[in-house]
Design a protein around this ligand. Structure first.
Ligand SMILES: [Zn+2]
Length: 289
């Protein structure tokens, strides 16, 4: 009876939760043995529900006569059948998932239907094609961002980088916003890959920055350009609490700093970078001792 497009009041299908809870589920529930609508009194006795008679009339008036006839001719499904009514079908992503139909609401169906198509973002697909080894679990790369920093700017930047939606001269040139597509740091053809993986200015800066990190934290970590770009930081078991948090933040800031320098057409500067990192460590409460 509920959410039935054939039963409408002022053009909207109806769902009255309190009635539903009283197990008023089918048109048959408001019919007597002869197939006629229950009187208000019969209805109230049957369901122990106190209702305004206008409400009741409104509902039974909304039930079209053909539906009423049909309902009178069909037996109501038994309680046991309803209790055991489970839906498992190939339209559902996990075939072993069973659903209790008596408990299903619109939002549950919506969840199933929308959850069914977990589509991989285009940027991720693209990274995956070129670097399959680094994208076996891309969800983890996103959770790395949110675990590593509370800073919205850093989060947004990292998010956009993983989705490949940041601009380099390659994209700007495509939109005819710049004259050429030369990297502002090394003058080779620019791209997102170039900026973070191949640009010699970037890779040299990565090396210098990591060596500074090691010096400050008394560690001897090595990270490849891919590991830095894809948030693929190995589980360094010897690193505990603070140093590990410092490393994760460092990796995020490093990329954002390089990108910012490129946008400003200036070479990355180690002192400036160190100041930024140290400040961020302080703000995110994992400062150097
Ligand atoms: Zn370059």
């Amino acid at each position: 009876m509920w959410n039935n497009k054939a039963i409408t009041i002022e053009n909207y299908s109806v769902f009255w939760r309190s009635w539903f809870k009283q197990k008023i589920l089918f048109v048959q529930d408001v019919l007597n043995a002869e197939g006629n609508f229950l009187t208000l009194e019969e209805f109230q006795n049957k369901f122990e529900i106190k209702t305004n008679f206008l409400y009741y009339l409104q509902l039974i008036a909304a039930i079209p006569s053909d539906l009423k006839k049909k309902a009178a001719a069909i037996e109501i499904p038994s309680e046991e059948l309803l209790d055991s009514a489970k839906l498992s079908s190939s339209v559902i992503a996990t075939p072993d998932l069973t659903l209790d139909l008596t408990e299903m609401r619109c939002k549950n169906y919506y969840k199933i239907l929308s959850g069914n198509g977990i589509t991989e973002p285009t940027g991720i697909k693209n990274w995956k094609n070129n670097f399959p080894d680094y994208f076996t679990d891309w969800g983890k790369k996103f959770s790395f961002i949110y675990k590593s920093t509370k800073d919205n700017k850093l989060r947004q930047f990292s998010f956009r980088l993983l989705h490949k939606i940041i601009m380099t001269k390659k994209e700007l040139f495509k939109f005819r916003l710049v004259e050429d597509e030369a990297c502002t740091l090394c003058f080779l053809p620019d791209s997102i890959e170039h900026t973070f993986l191949h640009c010699t200015v970037t890779t040299a800066f990565y090396l210098k920055a990591i060596s500074w990190f090691n010096h400050e934290n008394d560690t001897d970590i090595t990270l490849s350009s891919k590991q830095i770009t894809f948030n693929d930081i190995p589980r360094l078991t010897h690193l505990t609490g603070y140093p590990r948090r410092r490393l994760h933040l460092f990796v995020i800031i490093l990329k954002q700093y390089i990108y910012a320098c490129k946008c400003l057409h200036k070479k990355p500067n180690m002192q400036e970078f160190q100041r930024k990192v140290i400040l961020q460590w302080q703000m995110e409460k994992c400062a150097l001792p």
